[in-house]
Design a binder for this molecule. Structure first.
Ligand code: PMV
Length: 341
């Protein structure tokens, strides 16, 4: 684990020049050292997983309690990375870090190699392979930090494009949902690559709980495609139902109808089960959440492992759900809160 980055790293401050480096560099005639910082959160899909693959909308939210942070400093030397997984030159990073390496290179873009490299330090508490957006969040933090260190401020679309470069290295052909959601400040409506912000009529308090079973999104997506071939009527019914529930959820979020949203989540969990992407560990956690008073709970993301999402009444209830889900066997659980907006 790399040391925690200081609190200012979370603010995405303007590039800074450390005092000591500035005077040393001036003596040596090197360009000044500049520092850039970036941060992005985890993400969770509220409604619309799997149906989104077939052109229907999805709603995703940032998980505000977990994040990836990056700090980049310019260097006259070759670029290097310090992260929990690897410490060393960018050029010798293992394949596992391909998305991160892609993010650094994408952010450096066509800069003159004579400018030297960047030293990127990454710190993240978002678990990987749980469908909570780890790769996109790390990429988003990195591209912001590197661009800022090089004196560039990215627009949201520029940042998105660079994160998508890294996501392609991670997942082949990502929809873009993760890349948008990890940079969002509230719920987003995502359809065929475009995003809209959703208005929130009452505060939303949610808990994401890890089943401890590694999510298998690619396998789950393939199994749904196989169902489309083998049982088109079952597939069509479930996908249309999920699409309608997503539209209903948007209205319920805007109206502040928490109880209604809970029922919508329960219904979506059932239809996702019909699609064949449920699993016993997910069912067990969703049942435990409802027994602890959650107005609704469902699997989230690809399914066949990964996480569930449960709705809570208020922050205290969210904290109680975390405890109850941990007791029910979840190795980790996080809260996320959306304010009226
Ligand atoms: O498992 P996650 O959080 O990466 O979500 C996958 C969502 C799917 O709809 C199943 C696939 C996709 O590409 O949208």
């Amino acid at each position: 684990m790399t040391p925690e980055i200081d609190a200012s790293a979370l603010r995405g401050d303007a590039p800074t020049q450390p005092r000591a480096s500035r005077s040393a560099d001036a003596l040596l005639g090197d360009p000044p050292v500049r520092t850039g910082r970036g941060r992005a959160t985890g993400k969770v899909i509220l409604l619309g997983e799997h149906s989104v693959v077939y052109g229907h909308p999805a709603i995703a939210l940032p998980i505000t309690s977990i994040s990836a942070r990056a700090e980049a400093t310019t260097t006259a030397q070759a670029s290097r990375i310090d992260s929990a997984l690897f410490h060393g030159l960018l050029s010798s990073a293992p394949d596992r870090l391909r998305p991160t390496v892609t993010a650094v290179r994408a952010a450096l873009g066509a800069d003159d190699p004579a400018l030297g490299g960047v030293h990127v330090r990454i710190d993240s508490d978002i678990p990987s392979e749980r469908g909570v957006g780890s790769s996109a969040a790390v990429a988003a933090a990195v591209v912001s930090a590197v661009s800022q260190a090089r004196g560039r401020t990215l627009t949201p679309d520029e940042r998105f494009d660079l994160v998508q470069d890294a996501e392609r290295a991670a997942h082949g052909s990502p929809s873009g949902l993760d890349a948008r959601a990890v940079c969002a400040s509230g719920p987003i409506w995502f359809r065929r690559g475009t995003v809209e912000h959703i208005s929130v009529g009452a505060p939303l308090h949610l808990v994401v709980a890890d089943s401890g079973v590694r999510g298998r999104t690619r396998e789950a997506v393939e199994s749904v495609r196989a169902l489309k071939q083998s049982s088109p009527a079952v597939f069509d019914h479930a996908i249309s139902a999920l699409s309608a529930l997503t539209t209903r959820a948007r209205i319920q979020i805007s109206d502040g109808d928490v109880e209604g949203l809970g029922t919508t989540m329960d219904d979506a969990h059932r239809h996702l089960g019909v699609l064949g992407v449920g699993d016993r560990a997910l069912d067990h956690l969703a049942t435990a959440a409802r027994a602890a008073g959650a107005p609704g709970a469902k699997l989230t993301g690809g399914g066949r492992g990964g996480c569930i999402l449960a709705l809570a009444h208020d922050p205290d209830h969210a904290a109680e759900l975390v405890a109850r889900l941990r007791t029910a066997g979840a190795p980790a659980a996080w809260t996320t809160h959306m304010e009226i907006a």
